[in-house]
Design a protein around this ligand. Structure first.
Ligand code: SF4
Length: 377
């Protein structure tokens, strides 16, 4: 249940937002190199029990031997590069396939005591395992003063999801998991949401999923499926929406942007996606990877983000040395920030990104209050 914020809390949140706006819009651009990252995504495994049509990770041979153990992960996180980490996402493959997932989370929270939010992304197929492990992770997060949230990938309903996942009865399994997550949420142990990747196979039925999530009161965010190095998507063109699907895709995203039940932040994200797909603009919304983030692979390799090439392996060199290597930084500026980012569709709207884009966020709030006839696209 939501509660009203006290004046003191409101002032403190406002001051924090102003400080993020100042840091990332005025101070950071003056630095010759980025500060220590504050967000990290850890790919805990490449093993997966789904066979998604838009992902090639599961086709790799068993990666168990290469996976960082909790001890090896801890040794990497001892590096100073991680001393200001505030947000950590753990995904895969399917993270709940790891028997030591609770230990992995415990190590992250122990070695990065500045973490405020730990987020797990899952395909939601391992209901029983999640029921057993999540209370343990939640307890650990709470003891460390961090929030735990879970994002379940649900790319459709019924047969559509079974085909996308390559798993019979996938939707029924996920419904059971959602039931478990609702219980844990009601016990105050975590928050959870769902995410759906828009693909050629689910575009037509995405509205049904949206209605189902709305009726159940579960936040659902949509992203546009696209090629990404990290998901080994070479050769998977058919999974993504092709030229014939562009109009229905834009219409669907526009309906989300114009939906008064969407938050101003989500509406702004969908509006930007529409403008990018229509070729009217390049990306202008912030990205936490670009603001100072990194991606750590299951085998200790580092990347600046999910579109980045590998920049080095923590098995060969200390993480800080890799992150600040001059040729890597040159690659980051030239190939990512000045090139790739311009066309990279926004898919997250974390608190930092929102705070960095504060004037845009406020403008979107005002826009939502205007009568429809007075809103510009
Ligand atoms: S390419 Fe740029 S915008 Fe896209 S994820 Fe990487 S840093 Fe973020």
């Amino acid at each position: 249940m939501s509660r009203r914020r006290s004046a003191r809390e409101t002032i403190s949140l406002g001051a924090e937002a102003a400080s993020v706006w100042f840091r990332y819009n005025l101070a950071e651009p003056l630095r010759s190199q980025p500060g220590f990252p504050r967000a990290m995504h850890f790919i805990s495994t490449h093993r997966c029990n789904a066979r998604c049509v838009m992902c090639g990770i599961w086709k790799e041979t068993d990666t168990r031997e290469e996976e960082l153990s909790p001890n090896a992960l801890g040794a990497i996180l001892d590096d100073r590069l991680f001393e200001r980490m505030e947000y950590v996402g753990v995904s895969g493959g399917e993270p709940f396939l790891r028997d030591d997932l609770a230990e992995i989370c415990a190590v992250i929270l122990e070695k990065c005591p500045t973490v405020k939010r730990l987020s797990l992304t899952t395909n939601g197929l391992l209901t029983r395992r999640m029921r057993t492990v999540l209370p343990e992770i939640s307890h650990c997060a709470r003891s460390a003063g961090a929030l735990l949230d879970v994002s379940v990938s649900v790319h459709g309903m019924g047969e559509t999801l079974a085909e996308i996942y390559g798993v019979a009865g996938a939707f029924e399994k996920i419904e059971r998991t959602i039931g478990v997550l609702e219980e844990l949420r009601d016990e105050g142990r975590l928050s959870f949401s769902m995410n759906c990747v828009l693909l050629s196979e689910n575009l037509i039925s995405a509205g049904k999923l949206r209605k189902w999530a709305e009726d159940r009161g579960i936040p659902l965010s949509f992203v546009v499926g696209e090629h990404r190095l990290r998901f080994r998507t070479e050769g998977l063109d058919e999974a993504f929406v092709g030229p014939d699907g562009q109009k229905p895709l834009v219409d669907f995203l526009r309906s989300l942007a114009d939906d008064p039940s969407q938050s101003a932040v989500s509406a702004g994200k969908y509006r930007e996606l529409v403008a990018m797909l229509e070729g009217r603009k390049t990306r202008s919304l912030s990205c936490y990877y670009a603001m100072g983030g990194l991606l750590l692979g299951h085998d200790g390799r580092l990347y600046y983000c999910s579109h980045s090439k590998e920049i080095g392996s923590c098995g060969d060199r200390p993480p800080q040395e890799i992150y600040y290597d001059s040729s890597n930084l040159e690659y980051r500026t030239r190939d990512l920030l000045q090139t790739e980012c311009r066309h990279c569709p926004p898919y997250t709207r974390t608190r930092w990104e929102i705070e960095k884009d504060l004037p845009r966020t406020l403008a979107e709030i005002v826009r939502q209050k205007l009568p429809r006839s007075r809103r510009s696209s």
